[in-house]
Design a protein around this ligand. Structure first.
Ligand SMILES: Cc1cc2nc3c(=O)[nH]c(=O)nc-3n(C[C@H](O)[C@H](O)[C@H](O)COP(=O)(O)OP(=O)(O)OC[C@H]3O[C@@H](n4cnc5c(N)ncnc54)[C@H](O)[C@@H]3O)c2cc1C
Length: 407
């Protein structure tokens, strides 16, 4: 009889797992909380070789004509003067380039929008999942791929909450045509860094959100990490009516004084060509969190992607980690009996996740230190020299010895 997997969360992690398990002959159903297509959600993503290999195994070739290979990494001071330059040539693809073929490859009738996982109960022979709308599903395995605020993780490990890192990422995407011609020439194709004390701002070109629908359109993407104390976070997460949004304020509800302040700060702290990108954008922010699950398999439940571990974005491999988690799970199930497979998955991916989180924490320590000055920070943690930061942020997976692990 066919084995049956229930996947909670239909973003990239869930879709990788769903497609790979179907390839092993499993029946798979994906249940996604939101009501419609997710293609417009993402921005650019770095294309690590591990990600490309998992996609290739599914018969998906990332169309590199739809990607952008950035030029050198360049760090500038607030006047625009060059401080440090290193060659890079990393290809940025669009989130939709990965989502679209994974979604199209999976049978529509087994992908269920508007279905929010609520709880599970497991016996020796199967697992039952209940959804918020009162419906239920049964299977052999539940895969929690439901992201940062995973409800599957919450049931497995009650009380385990994402830990706020002490800083936020201000970010946005700007159509390159919205930027003046002179600034566009100055920006070229480089991957820019500005490192105000205790901060990190980077900007690079990405393909448009849906490169298939809008071929050739390029955007500038920026991410600006800034220390923000708990009290300040509460303030910027409070809308004009006084309502506090603890799980993240929706961008349209950001107060005008908060976005005006970020644009003022950009003019003061960033090089003029980068300040112009911020000026032309509608900035929003995401608080940065660490999540570490104590283990990734328990009975008939596994966690993967951001539901399992969330590393600060400096490692630049959230999507690759999700793809490799799914690959490891399917390889383990292919080569072992059920319980041994889950044990193998648990031991390999828990260790990888821990190492990822530790590395990302190290890369962000100098930013966190600004909002938590009372802690004992070592000089190495506070080191924000451009050559250190620029050679480590979003480095290729194969060049990081501590992450070179069996999958
Ligand atoms: C500022 C920032 C920059 C980043 N930059 C990069 C980058 O350059 N490269 C990169 O690789 N990664 C990057 N990441 C990380 C990347 O976005 C994530 O690691 C990746 O999206 C993880 O995928 P996932 O499928 O595990 O989780 P998600 O994409 O978060 O998907 C979880 C899904 O589960 C659904 N869901 C939630 N609750 C339920 C429920 N109860 N029932 C059913 N469904 C549910 C959600 O709607 C969602 O679709 C960045 C992250 C941040 C914050």
């Amino acid at each position: 009889m066919k084995r049956r997997a229930i996947v909670a969360g239909g973003s990239l992690g869930g879709l990788f797992a769903a497609n790979l398990l179907r390839g092993l002959g499993w029946e798979v159903d994906v249940y996604e909380k939101v009501g419609d297509d997710l293609a417009a959600r993402g921005a650019g993503i770095g294309t690590h070789t591990g990600l490309l290999a998992v996609l290739a195994g599914l018969g998906i070739t990332l169309d590199e004509r739809l990607g952008i290979t950035a030029g050198d990494r360049v760090c500038v001071d607030p006047s625009g003067g060059e401080l440090y330059r290193c060659p890079w040539a990393h290809t940025m693809s669009a989130w939709a380039n990965v989502y679209r073929p994974l979604k199209d490859r999976f049978p529509k009738e087994h992908y269920h929008f508007n279905k929010s996982f609520a709880s599970f109960s497991q016996g020796e022979k199967d697992i039952e999942v209940k959804f918020e709308d009162g419906s239920a599903a049964e299977g052999d395995l539940l895969i929690g791929a439901d992201g940062l605020r995973s409800a599957v993780r919450a049931q497995l490990f009650p009380g385990l909450e994402p830990a706020y890192a002490g800083y936020v990422a201000w970010r946005s995407i700007v159509d390159e045509n919205a930027i003046s011609a002179a600034t566009r020439r100055r920006l070229g194709r480089e991957y820019w860094f500005v490192l105000p004390p205790g901060e990190m701002m980077l900007a690079y070109q990405v393909p448009s959100k849906d490169p298939v629908a809008e071929p050739g359109r390029r955007d500038w993407n920026y991410v600006w990490y800034r220390p923000v104390t708990d009290g300040e976070l509460r303030d910027i997460s409070t809308d004009a009516s006084g309502r506090h949004h603890a799980l993240g304020i929706p961008p349209p509800l950001l107060r005008a004084d908060v976005t005006a302040r970020i644009k003022d700060d950009a003019r003061r702290l960033l090089a003029p060509q980068l300040a112009e990108i911020v000026e032309r954008s509608q900035p929003f922010f995401q608080a940065i969190y660490d999540v570490e699950s104590p283990r990734l398999a328990s009975g008939r439940v596994v966690l993967l992607g951001d539901a399992a571990f969330v590393a600060r974005p400096h490692v630049g491999m959230g999507v690759t980690k999700a793809a490799l988690d799914a690959f490891c799970l399917s390889k383990s199930l292919e080569e072992n009996d059920f319980q041994k497979a889950l044990a193998r998955y648990d031991s390999l991916r828990t260790e990888f996740g821990r190492r990822c989180v530790a590395r990302a924490r190290r890369l962000g320590a100098y930013i966190e230190a600004r909002s938590r000055p009372g802690r004992a920070w070592t000089p190495e943690q506070l080191d924000q020299r451009p050559e250190r930061v620029m050679n480590e942020v979003a480095r290729a997976l194969g060049d990081i010895p501590e992450l070179a692990m069996e999958v």
